[in-house]
Write a protein that binds this ligand. Structure first.
Ligand SMILES: C[S@@+](CC[C@H](N)C(=O)[O-])C[C@H]1O[C@@H](n2cnc3c(N)ncnc32)[C@H](O)[C@@H]1O
Length: 221
């Protein structure tokens, strides 16, 4: 089964068998509004490739721009991401230098390589940012962190944008939402309302409705 390409807090990998069992055999558009590691997405991609399910289109949304840039790069330029990762090594000084890099103006490939490297070498595989939105997790101690794996972090799971697999045309997009996934707020004072990262949703049928509330997300490509 294809696995997420990033370690992500709150990942649903362990729940994938149960979640997958609830996905109908035919899905029009599959939307993950809070994608994170997108465990179910990768599992679904695999089952589409195996021909056990049909999904017309996948939409991943997450407010984390670095993560969305990573998915875009992996989808479109996986070989370039692998090549860029080759320039990294597990080293404390390099980690802090890479961590401090400003990604404004960087390409998706550069952002992807940076995120994958930091994700595999930081403490606990967390992605946490400060108030300025800058990644601030410290260096992690590992024996042999595998940010560049033989089966390639992304290549193992990189679905093509318009790949035809066993007759079903599967495309996917990764977007930073503008208004489609507002963080839920408590409805009444004193009542907590947890955003549900598991609120992956599926639209059946051939049509391709816009995600979640129907608001059109900003394309970040
Ligand atoms: C727990 S993770 C999702 C886990 C994912 N389903 C998996 O299987 O790995 C939650 C994600 O929601 C994103 N998120 C939180 N609030 C959001 C919002 N208002 N709009 C879009 N994404 C949001 C976070 O950036 C984070 O990546």
């Amino acid at each position: 089964m294809a696995k997420p390409i990033v370690k992500w807090a709150g990942g649903k990998s362990r729940l994938v068998p149960q979640l997958l069992a609830r996905v109908p055999p035919e899905v029009g558009t599959y939307v993950e509004p809070f994608a994170g590691g997108a465990a179910l997405f990768f599992a679904l991609q695999a089952s589409v490739s195996l021909g056990t399910r049909r999904v017309n289109r996948f939409v991943l949304c997450d407010r984390n721009e670095e993560l969305m840039a990573t998915y875009r790069a992996v989808q479109r330029e996986v070989e370039a991401v692998i090549a860029a990762l080759g320039a990294y090594r597990y080293d404390r000084d390099l980690f802090y230098e890479v961590r401090a890099r400003d990604t404004r103006g960087a390409s998706d490939v550069e952002r992807a390589a940076r995120l994958l490297f930091l994700n595999r070498t930081c403490f606990n595989g967390l992605w946490r940012v400060n108030a300025d939105g800058r990644f601030n997790v410290p260096f992690g101690r590992y024996k042999n962190p595998r940010f560049l794996q033989p089966d390639a972090p992304p290549a193992a799971s990189a679905p093509t944008s318009r790949g035809a697999s066993r007759g079903s045309s599967v495309g996917w997009v990764a977007r930073v939402p503008s208004r489609c996934c507002p963080t839920p707020t408590p409805r009444r004072p004193g009542r907590s309302f947890a955003p549900s990262p598991a609120s992956d949703c599926m639209h059946r049928g051939p049509s391709t409705p816009t995600p979640a509330s129907g608001a059109t997300p900003r394309s970040s490509s």
